[in-house]
Design a protein around this ligand. Sequence first.
Ligand code: ATP
Ligand code: MG
Length: 389
Amino acid sequence: MQEIILIKCGELALKGLNRSTFEQMLMKNIRKKLSSIGAVKVKSAQSTIYVTPQYDDFDMDEASDRISKIFGIAAFTRACVCKKDMQDILQCINEYSKDDLLNASTFKVNAKRSDKSFEYKSPDICAMAGESILNNFPHLTVDVHNPDTIVTVEIRDFGAYIHSSQIQGAGGMPVGSSGRAMLLISGGIDSPVAGYMMAKRGIDLTAVHFASPPYTSERSEMKVHDLLKQVSQYAGSIALFTVPFTKIQEAIRDNCQEEYSTLIMRRLMMKIATKLARRQRCDALITGESLGQVASQTMLALGCTDDAAELPVFRPCIGMDKDEIIAISRKIDTFDISIQPFDDCCTVFTPRHPRTRPKLEDVIKIESAVDWQPMIVDAIENTNKIVIE
Ligand code: ATP
Ligand code: MG
């Protein structure tokens, strides 16, 4: 019995002329994700993507798990391939769907026949399959309205397929279909979630992290690697740029009025991130900011931060409560990593009374006490790159 995976694309269906580009991108992402499991053929036909293992002991459970995390997929199902011959189809149902049928009390057969040359019509297929199931599993009864399990028989151009139950996909759009953006990632809860959310909208992520040793430890950098490793299960491989930020933070501490220090630090992060983003052909920045969560995330403070970024800043968590962000971080398994207690550069030198209603002109004036340009250049020159996958 050969088992394959049939994939239904998500929003792709809506994209008209772009559809085939999107589908190609999705297939490329699927191939890449499955390649380390073993040889597999990925092709598209009749608005379905077929994933066909090329040898017998291919790990289908692992493949299903990876596919469930690929954006651009609405639903998928594992299916058994059989000949377009009714006897073979009935035999396959009794073998392939055995466990589902044994665990159910009621069932229904669904037949789809896109190959109209097949000798039986859908109602005939349902009737014959239903009768055969009732003979082989006498504990079952038919329930067409609310069955415990559905056996789907599909007659397509290349063969007949018996489906097991449908699995919900990750939704969204294929990573890469919306371009590339740079995620500012801290070790906190919000920024990995922000990265996941934008990857779901088809963005290919590159990441930047600001580190301030010795105020922040090597462990806090490892934490960022661990977080990105989780996010990369959905977003694909992510290049991470780690920027040495200590000198800039010390200069802020020594030269700028304390109440404005966090804001000025955030503006410098934006300036550096913009430069790195341009070099990496990223067209936007992404942060985990959420309105009102801390002093630097009031509307006026965010306005001052935005002023320093020369690219659009995407903040997918902006309207979310912490509980909602946490729910996503648990779902993508970043929460337990995020709550490990290692300092972020945002938590060193925090002002006692940060400004919550800052005026941009005041911020710029205080910031201009230092010539930042050489320090920015130096930080970028000493940036370290690794690829997380
Ligand atoms: P998070 O949970 O993502 O750390 P937060 O609520 O702690 O967010 P801040 O610490 O004020 O908020 O940071 C706001 C955003 O700024 C973060 O979501 C992240 O996008 C970015 N950021 C903060 N610290 C860093 C850092 N060390 N390197 C890169 N980006 C950072
Ligand atoms: Mg933080």
